[in-house]
Design a protein around this ligand. Sequence first.
Ligand code: MG
Length: 388
Amino acid sequence: MDRIAALDVFPLSIPRDTPYLGPLEPGVTVSPHGYFVRPGNQTVYSVDDHSVLVRVTTEQGKVGWGESFGVVAPKVAKTIMEELMTPHLIGRDPHDGLAIVEDIYNAMRVRGFFGGFYVDALAGIDIALWDLRGKLAGLPICKLLGARRHSRLPVYVSGLPRATLPERAALAKEWIDKGFGAVKFAAAVADEGEPAEMAALRQALGPGPQILADFHWRYTDQEAIKLITQLEPYDLAVAEAPVQPEDMEGQARVVAAVKTPVAIGEELRTVYEYRPRFTQRCMSIIQPEMAHMGITSFWHVCQMAQAFHCRVMPHATIGAGIAQAASLQVSAALANFAMHEYQHSIFDRNLQFVQGNMRCEAGYFYLPDGPGLGVEPAPALFDFVMQD
Ligand code: MG
C-alpha cells in the first residue's frame, strides 16, 4: 500500500498593482508588514496577495495539492502544519483522508481551536488529500463526491475596483456587455453611499442583470433592514453580510424583515458554526469559503444547507487558484448550487500560476478536466514563495 511520506508547505506573497477592492483611500496607512485597514470595512488586508500552498507526497511519489486561507500572516499556517499536523499524516493511507482530517481537528478541539488559523491550515491539507485520492482513482473530485451535475457554473462578477462611482458603473456595464449576468458591489468602497451606488448601477445596466450588495458586516439589524428596503426598488438580488458575524439574532431579524435573499458565511468554517445559523434561519444563501473549510467541511455544510432549503453561493477569496479549483469541483456536485463568486482581479491573474483548463468566460466558470482538482501549480508560482 502506498502511504503518505511528506507534507510541504509554501507560504506565498504575490505582488499586485492595485490593492484588493481598489485604490487606497486618503489617510489609509500601510504597516511595515504590508497590511492596511480601510475605514469602510474595518478588516485587515495585505497590499500583496498572500496564500498558503500545500503538497502531500506518497512513498511512491504521488502528489496532491491543496491551498489554505492565508490572506494575512501565511507563515503561521506553515508553522502549525509542520509542528502539529505532519505527525498525523506520515505513514497513513491516503484513502483514510476523512479520518486524518477528523484526527487533526480532534487533536485541538479541547484547547479551543475550533476555527481561526488552525482550521484554515487544516483546509489545505484536506484539499491536498482529496486531490491525491482523485489522482489515485483517476477521477475528478466531483465524481469522488458522487455527482458531476454541472460542467459550467454561473458566476457573479465580484467587486468593481475603481475610485469613483461613474467609473464603477462603467466597469459593471463592461462586464455585462461581455456576457456576464450578475455583479456585486462592496459597501466598503461605496463612497457616495449604498443607495446612490445601487441607483447608478441599475441606471447603467438597465433591468435584467442581477445586482448583489456586500455590506461587509457594517450595520445593526435595524440599520440593515432600513437600508436593504431602500435598495429593493432597484431589484437587489442578494444582500450579503448585513450585520456582524456574531449577531445571529440580528441576522435572523434581517432575514425575516426583508424580501431580498440574505447571504452569509464566508467567515465560517465548520458544521458546528453553521448549524445554529441554519436552525435560527439566519440566511437563505450560504457562502462557504473553500480555503477556510477544505472539501470535507465544505461538502458537509452544503449538505446541511440542502436539509434547510438554503442555496449555495460559494465565496472566492484571495489565493493562488488551487482552492478555487477545489471550490469548483464541489460546486459541480451540488444540487443546491446558485452561482459562484468570480474575483476577476485574482482569478484572471492566477491563470498564469495554474496548469489545467480552468477558466471563466461570458458568465460561467468551466470545470477543469483531469483527475483530482484538475489543476496543478505552475512552476512560475514558486517564484513567490516567502522565505523564512
Ligand atoms: Mg463578502
